[in-house]
Design a protein around this ligand. Structure first.
Ligand SMILES: *[C@@H]1O[C@H](CO)[C@@H](O)[C@H](O)[C@H]1NC(C)=O
Length: 426
């Protein structure tokens, strides 16, 4: 590298130029040397800019694990190798027609969302790795406007919550309390969306991080997620009888453990069947001894598994897997006609750079035919997006987006909102 600087030293000796016998050769050399010099200066300036810009940003883990890209001039084949095996799926699907709507009042990652009619309640989430939200924003889907905002209870978790609704009451379980990689709380709450009053539910037997949560057969079910360290997959499954925002029991009851544990899965009930889709084992955890619980990257495995529990069944059924491993989809789904529609997420990491790879497609699973499809591409790749469906339109807002069309690794936390007219009939 440094040897390329040598021509500059020669350039700084004009007398040598005059004395040179081959003038043409010298001109050529000057041009080449100047170009090389300019390229190096540009590279160096870019390096400085990138490092200083990055220093200004709160450090978001995952986007910074391996920053340096390939050496310039690496062969086409090594660039090919830098994709994971599922990128063909993305490349072979077309962009859906997206319309950008009003952005959410705040940027938000790992928040939660529940749609009740035309109102889309968006909860909590990180503003950045060091700051978390403790309020609810509401988007009116019929007017396409962000409107009301109200506070959450002080001791309610700020991210990675479990959440389900009966159409009036929203049940909120466990989740991570505080920023960075703090652990989860066992506290649970209920929001009456009519009165906007909060109340409490009995605590979980153990805190959970991003567990699968749903109302099913008169009971609030909580399963999987990670244990207190955020990393260790939990298999336990508990339920609590609830009605009209109140617990009918004082303790959670053990239920059939889920075959595979871990956080960030979609959990949906349709016609007496409980579905648990995608997710991962492992996640970032706090650096031992760090006073701010600084996030540190750990091994994680993203999967495409789909599990279903039916009526009184005594075991989980395994259904056809997603088109690709997909995690961070807990509130990234909508139920439309006979299909579960899933928007974005994260998939297997890049095999070379080991960076996280975001998902930029919309998938659907037809519950009648039990078949998955890729419906098309999103305007960007994004994880932990919050999804609603209203009047034929599929909406998504918030999450952490990619670095750009050619780089699927995570970067900015956003509050942007988009919608597309959905047609599942083809
Ligand atoms: C859902 O089904 C209805 C009735 O068949 C149809 O009109 C509508 O277009 C479907 N919705 C989507 C999003 O495909």
């Amino acid at each position: 590298m440094w040897s390329e600087w040598r021509p500059r030293r020669i350039l700084s000796r004009p007398s040598a130029a005059n004395a040179a016998s081959g003038k043409l050769r010298w001109v050529k050399f000057t041009v080449i040397a100047t170009c090389a010099g300019l390229v190096l200066v540009a590279l160096f300036a870019n390096f400085l800019w990138v490092s200083s810009y990055r220093a200004l940003l709160p450090k978001w883990p995952g986007s910074s694990v391996s920053f340096s890209g390939p050496a310039s001039g690496s062969s086409a084949s090594s660039i090919e190798n830098k994709k994971n095996v599922y990128s063909f799926l993305e490349e072979s699907s077309v962009y859906l027609d997206w319309e950008e709507m009003a952005p959410a009042p705040v940027d938000r990652l790992d928040g939660a969302a529940i749609q009740i009619g035309n109102l889309f309640y968006v909860f909590a989430g990180y503003q950045n790795i060091n700051e978390v939200h403790s309020h609810v924003d509401i988007y009116d889907l019929s007017e396409n406007k962000w409107g009301d905002r109200f506070d959450m209870p002080q001791d309610m978790a700020h991210s990675h919550l479990g959440m389900a609704s009966d159409g009036r009451y929203i049940y909120i379980v466990t989740g991570q309390y505080g920023p960075q990689c703090r652990g989860p709380t066992a506290k649970n709450f209920v929001l009456d969306t009519k009165t906007r009053r909060w109340s409490k539910l009995p605590p979980l037997p153990n805190p959970r991080y991003a567990p699968a949560t749903q109302l099913w057969r008169g009971r609030l079910h909580v399963m999987g997620g990670s244990k207190e360290d955020r990393w260790q997959p939990a298999l336990e499954h508990w339920s609590l009888a609830v009605k009209d925002g109140k617990a009918l029991e004082t303790e959670w009851k053990p239920e059939l453990p889920i075959p595979r544990g871990g956080p960030h899965r979609a959990c949906i009930v349709v016609e007496d069947r409980l579905y648990v889709i995608g997710g991962q084992e492992g996640d970032f955890k706090a650096k031992p001894g760090s006073p701010i619980f600084k996030c540190s990257r750990q091994k994680e495995v993203v999967y495409s598994d789909v599990y279903m529990l039916e009526g009184e069944a005594k075991e989980w059924k395994i259904l056809p897997p997603m088109p690709k491993p997909d995690s961070h989809i807990e509130f990234a789904w909508a139920l439309v006609n006979d299909s579960i529609v899933i928007v974005g997420g994260t998939t297997e990491k890049n095999p070379v750079t080991k960076r996280m790879v975001l998902v930029g497609e919309v998938f659907d699973f037809n519950l009648k035919t039990q078949k998955w499809r890729t419906l098309g591409r999103m305007p960007i790749r994004i994880k932990t997006t919050l999804v609603a469906f209203w009047d034929g339109w599929l909406y998504f807002t918030s999450g952490q987006r990619d670095k750009g069309p050619n780089d699927p690794s995570p970067k900015k936390v956003i509050g942007k909102t988009w919608r597309t007219k959905l047609d599942l009939s083809q």
